[in-house]
Design a protein around this ligand. Structure first.
Ligand SMILES: Cc1ncc(C[n+]2csc(CCOP(=O)(O)OP(=O)(O)O)c2C)c(N)n1
Ligand code: SF4
Ligand SMILES: [Mg+2]
Length: 283
C-alpha cells in the first residue's frame, strides 16, 4: 500500500484558476506523479515564477517559493544545489519562461541541473489579461496585437534540444494519464528535464484552444528512440503536429556530479591552499 496519496501533496489553499483552465490538469498530474514515485512531501520543493501558472507552487504541500517573474530557474537551481537529496520542480508560464526568463533556460540546460522544469504553455500572458506571448500563433488577435499577432512563434522543443537539455518532452494538460507518466519519467531522469505542457487559457484564448491542441497533437509511438537527436529535431521542426511524449533524451553527468569531480581533483592537488584560500573545500 502507498504511504503517500494524492491528498498528502495538496496544500490547504484551493486553486483559484478560472473554471476550465488547463493548469488544473497539470497540477493534478503533478500530484499523481508524486504519488506514483512516493516522493516524501518534506523532500520536495516546487518553485514557481509569476503568472496564473505560478500559483501552482502554493497548491503543493511541499517546500515552495513563488518568486520573481522570469527567475524561476536561478531560484530552483539554488534550492537544488543547497540540498541534492531534494526533488526540485520548477514551474511557470510561457511568458515567464520564454520572454523575461528566456536567458536562464540555456544555462540550466547546458549545465544539466538536476531539476524538472514544467512550462504551462497557453500561448498568452494570462495573469496580466491577455497580451501576446512568444508562443502565441501568428495572426492571432490579442490585447496587444489587435490586428493579429506578428512575428513567428517560438518553438520551445527545437530550442531546448539545441540548448542540450538532457530530457525534452511535451504533454497536454487534458491527457492526465499520459502527463502523469511523462512527469514521473522527467523527475526520475538525472539531469535537466524540460516539459512543455500545452495548457489552455479558456479566458484569453477561448475554449477552442482545447480543440486546437487536441487536433494538432499526437502521442509518440512506443518504438520511437528519443536518444536519436536527428529524429528529435525532425519532430520539433514539423510544426503541423505537436508530438506528445519524450522527444529527446540524453544521459550525461549532472552539474553536481561534475562539480564533485572538480572538488576532489582540486583537493588532491592542493589547489585551495595554493590559491591562499583559508579553508579547503569540503568533499
Ligand atoms: C518584472 C515583472 N515584469 C512584468 C510583470 C507582469 N507580469 C506578471 S505575470 C506576466 C506574464 C504572465 O504570462 P505567463 O508567464 O505566460 O503566465 P500565465 O499567466 O499565462 O500562466 C507579466 C508580464 C511582473 N510581475 N514582473
Ligand atoms: S486567465 Fe487563463 S491561464 Fe489564467 S487562470 Fe484563467 S484560464 Fe487559466
Ligand atoms: Mg501563459
Amino acid at each position: 500500500m502507498n504511504k503517500y496519496t494524492v491528498k498528502d501533496y495538496k496544500s490547504s489553499a484551493k486553486p483559484i484558476w478560472c473554471p476550465g483552465c488547463g493548469d488544473y490538469g497539470v497540477l493534478n498530474s503533478l500530484y499523481k506523479a508524486f504519488e506514483q514515485l512516493q516522493i516524501p512531501p518534506h523532500k520536495a520543493a516546487v518553485i514557481s515564477g509569476i503568472g496564473c501558472s505560478g500559483r501552482l507552487s502554493g497548491y503543493m504541500n511541499t517546500y515552495g517559493f513563488n518568486g520573481v517573474h522570469g527567475r524561476v530557474l536561478p531560484v530552483a537551481t539554488g534550492v537544488k544545489m543547497a540540498n541534492l537529496e531534494n526533488t526540485v520542480i520548477a514551474v511557470g508560464g510561457d511568458g515567464d519562461g520564454f520572454s523575461i526568463g528566456g536567458g536562464h533556460i540555456m544555462h540550466a540546460a547546458r549545465k544539466n541541473i538536476d531539476i524538472t522544469y514544467i512550462v504551462m504553455d497557453n500561448g498568452i500572458y494570462g495573469l496580466t489579461k491577455g497580451q501576446a506571448s512568444p508562443t502565441t500563433p501568428l495572426g492571432i488577435p490579442t490585447k496587444t496585437t489587435y490586428y493579429g499577432n506578428v512575428g513567428t512563434t517560438f518553438n520551445p522543443i527545437r530550442t531546448l534540444i539545441a540548448y542540450k537539455a538532457s530530457f525534452v518532452a511535451r504533454i497536454f494538460s487534458a491527457n492526465i494519464k499520459h502527463s502523469v507518466d511523462i512527469i514521473a519519467q522527467a523527475i526520475e531522469h538525472k539531469g535537466f528535464s524540460f516539459i512543455n505542457a500545452l495548457s489552455p487559457c479558456v479566458t484569453f484564448r477561448g475554449k477552442d484552444q482545447y480543440d486546437y491542441f487536441r487536433n494538432k497533437s499526437m502521442i509518440i509511438p512506443d518504438d520511437y528512440d528519443p536518444t536519436d537527436e536527428v529524429k528529435a529535431f525532425d519532430y520539433a521542426n514539423n510544426e503541423d503536429t505537436l508530438e506528445l511524449g519524450i522527444i529527446y533524451k540524453q544521459n550525461r553527468p549532472t552539474y553536481d556530479e561534475v562539480l564533485d569531480t572538480v572538488r576532489i581533483k582540486a583537493k588532491k592537488e592542493g589547489v585551495p591552499s595554493k590559491l591562499g584560500l583559508l579553508h579547503d573545500f569540503e568533499v
